[in-house]
Design a binder for this molecule. Structure first.
Ligand code: HEC
Length: 253
């Protein structure tokens, strides 16, 4: 018979249980805050509340079909300028939205056709086209998250989340009522899916078809967190105390 430690959660003293419970509670609140934050940032990327595949594509890959300026001039702003002027603005966007050309050729059109609504004076809740920067921002093709922001967020997530799951996993490893294979699987799952999750951001940046991997990675991570959390809490506070020498022959040979 292999050497075994005889620690389990239900037999711990109150102090250790309080320590573990305090940690698990704070980490769970942190997890929920993170989910709310995801809803507010990525969740709104497609203009609709709630997280969808489109949100993930827009966040990491961007809306490569073009700039907002161009799509509006083909949409709700189409009627705002005569055809020749409208096409002139679109051409300017397509050629890379040069700032000098803007001053000489485009700004006069904007001033004549657009600023009556697109300025603070109109009182309308629309972007202010008297500020050139506001126009330039909407003339850029949206390529999603930058590589520098991806490296930053990636390493913060890898370090931070690995640390959280270190302690959640350690506490859960003292559970006595979970079959060995299931236990080992649940403990390693967050690490595996953390890597898949981070990798999926980079892959989605390159190709939008990988967006579903992000959902899979995040979902599996949350699921294993919830499982370890509930089992640990249950064994500490609800399950009857077990003698440290007690071994359940069936569950944990
Ligand atoms: C009659 C008023 C009016 C005029 C004139 C007008 N717009 Fe607009 N514009 C709006 C309103 C209202 C919205 C918000 C609703 C929408 O997006 O369709 C808007 C939105 C936009 C947006 C989207 C901004 C964003 O960030 O969501 C762009 C781009 C735009 N207009 C470009 C133009 C251009 C270019 C012209 C001139 C050729 C122009 N508009 C003329 C009223 C106007």
């Amino acid at each position: 018979m292999p050497l075994q430690h005889h620690l389990n959660l239900s037999s711990q003293g109150t102090s250790i249980k309080m320590l573990f419970t305090g940690y698990l509670t704070v980490v769970a609140i942190g997890y929920m805050m993170a989910l709310v934050q995801i809803l507010f940032t990525h969740g709104m990327a497609d203009g609709k509340f709630g997280l969808s595949i489109d949100d993930i594509v827009y966040s990491y890959y961007g809306k490569r079909s073009g700039s907002i300026l161009e799509s509006k001039l083909n949409g709700s702003m189409k009627v705002m300028a005569p055809e020749a002027e409208r096409l002139k603005i679109i051409q300017w966007v397509k050629k890379g939205a040069d700032k000098d050309v803007y001053q000489t050729e485009i700004k006069p059109i904007i001033n004549k056709r657009c600023v009556m609504c697109h300025s603070p004076a109109s009182g309308m809740p629309v972007p202010d086209w008297t500020k050139d920067e506001e126009v330039f921002k909407r003339a850029e093709v949206d390529t999603g998250a930058s590589f520098s922001s991806l490296t930053r967020v990636s390493h913060i997530h890898l370090f931070g989340i690995a640390f959280i799951f270190m302690f959640v996993g350690l506490i859960f490893s003292l559970a006595s009522g979970v079959p060995k294979v299931l236990k080992a699987t649940v403990i390693v799952m967050p690490y595996l899916f953390l890597i898949i999750d981070i990798l999926s951001w980079w892959l989605t940046k390159l190709n939008p078809m990988f967006a579903w991997l992000t959902i899979l990675g995040g979902g599996a991570m949350a699921l294993s967190f919830a499982f370890m959390w509930v089992v640990s809490m249950y064994e500490m506070w609800i399950m009857p105390r077990r003698h440290p020498d007690y071994r359940d022959a069936l569950l944990d040979e």
